[in-house]
Every structure is written in C-alpha cells, then in structure tokens.
Design a protein around this ligand. Structure first.
Ligand code: DGL
Length: 264
C-alpha cells in the first residue's frame, strides 16, 4: 500500500488520453499530470532536446514525491525512455511497448501500420518493439505531422482533415495493413475519421488502455498500489495557457478543477 501519487507527463494536452485510461483502471491512485505546454510540440524536435526536456520533467516529478512515472508522450518515449529509466529512482513506463503488444495481439495477417510524429517514426522505436515481440511481422510506418495541429484546432472530422488523412494513409492502405497503431497522444481523437479512411477491416490500436494495464501490473508487482482511501489529481503545466484548461476540462469533465503553473 503506497499513497504517493503517480506522475504522468506529456508534451502538452494529448497525454490526457493516457491519464483518463489510468483514472479508469486505477481509481484509487492520485495522479500528478504535467503538460509541457511551454515547449510543445516535441514531434519535430531533435532526440537530444526531447531527452533534455523529459529529464527536467522527471526531476520535477521526483521532487514532488511520485512513486512511478508514466511517459504518456510517444515522442518522449521514443527518444527518452531508456535515458529516464537510468536516471530514475522509481519505475518508469512508456507508451510504445504496450502499444506494440496490443498491435501484435490484434494482427491476423502480420502486417501492421504505425503512424506518429516525425520524431517517433524516425526513431524506429515502434518497429523495434513490434519485431522484438514477433520478428515475422511486417511494419509500415508513416509520419503524420499535420494531425497534431488539426486536433489542437478541434478539426476531428473536418473535410481538410480527411483530405490530409487520405494522403498520409494511402501507402498504408496499399500495403494492406490490418492493424493501424495510433502512435501519438492526439490521434485517438481522430479515430472516427481514421477508421473511415482505412476501412472497416483495419483495427485501430490506441496504446492508452494497454499502458494503463502495464502500469497497474507494475505497481502491483512492486507492492506500490494505493488500495483505497482519499485520492486527488493535480494538473501542472509549464505555461499558463487557457487552451489546456478549456480543452482539458472538456476532456476530463469535473476532474480538471485547478491547473498549477510550474515553469521548468
Ligand atoms: N505528445 C506527442 C506524441 O505523442 C504529440 C504532440 C507533440 O508533438 O508534442 O508524440
């Protein structure tokens, strides 16, 4: 039994998809969510820069006494998971390995598509995680950098978003993938559109739920679960911007009452 909070971080608001899955799977846990709103997006930035930002956030969360850290950001997981694990006194879980596991479990034909930010796709982290689980799987990857600003704009099902999605996803359709991994925090919000573009036979995999399961198993294995009693969630951003408050509140309902600002 450990009542310390769980730290969750992302480059900004998108990681709330992972936070929500954690709230659902681990209702007794307190969570501190950190969104690096001052420095988002991480997708186009170099691996070194993303590692440096991620290490600063880890240090901040450790100072706040977290018992484990969840990297909700795919780009940060791709570039910094190993780096943070080496520097952390508590367990660190990323989103890529759980997403890869879900994709391998879902494919029937052994042909998997992965979409993500430029940084995530260039890192090859999903291919490595998928082929480590099943070496015979063929992985087709495609960066979709325009999806993040479309989601931030709220254009989840806009004709412009559809045009861009058709262009990005054409090679994956041609490769006849039967699973598409949504390898970016923002993409679950485009699920309806992406499903329409890919067609009914392609299963979309979103790593949030699988990540929450891995976190739950890890806390249990290490005897770190909070088994009841009071809990509270805190939200911290590195820049006070109303967008996080507004969209985050819509996203999480009553859970996002107060947002602290902590420039790193
Ligand atoms: N959170 C990032 C990810 O999952 C997307 C937004 C960004 O580029 O920072 O890769």
């Amino acid at each position: 039994m450990n009542k310390a909070p769980l730290g969750v971080f992302d480059s900004g608001i998108g990681g709330l998809t992972v936070a929500r899955a954690l709230f659902e799977r681990l209702p007794n846990e307190s969570i501190i969510y950190f969104g690096d709103t001052a420095r988002v997006p991480y997708g186009p930035k170099s691996p070194d820069t993303v590692r440096r930002y991620s290490a600063e956030i880890l240090a901040y969360l450790l100072k706040r006494g977290v018992k484990a850290v969840v990297i909700a950001c795919n780009t940060s997981t791709a570039h910094a998971l190993g780096y943070l694990k080496e520097r952390s006194s508590v367990p660190v879980v990323g989103v890529i390995e759980p997403g890869a596991r879900a994709a391998v479990a879902a494919t029937k034909t052994g042909t998997i598509g992965v979409i993500g930010t430029a940084g995530t796709i260039a890192s090859g982290a999903y291919e490595r995680a998928i082929t480590a689980l099943r070496p015979d799987v063929r992985v087709y990857s495609r960066p979709c950098p325009l999806f993040v600003p479309l989601v931030e704009e709220g254009w989840f099902d806009h004709p412009a978003a559809e045009l861009i999605a058709r262009e990005y996803l054409e090679p994956l359709k041609r490769a006849q993938v039967d699973v598409l991994v949504l390898g970016c925090t923002h993409y679950p919000l485009l699920k309806k559109l992406l499903s329409r573009v890919m067609g009914p036979d392609v299963k979309l995999v979103d790593s949030a739920e699988e990540t929450a399961k891995v976190v739950s198993d890890e806390l249990e294995r290490q005897g770190l679960l909070a088994n009841g009693g009071a809990h509270e969630h805190r939200f911290v951003v590195s820049d006070d911007e109303p967008h996080f408050r507004k969209v985050g509140a819509l996203f999480l309902g009553g859970k996002l009452k107060q947002v602290e600002v902590a420039p790193l």
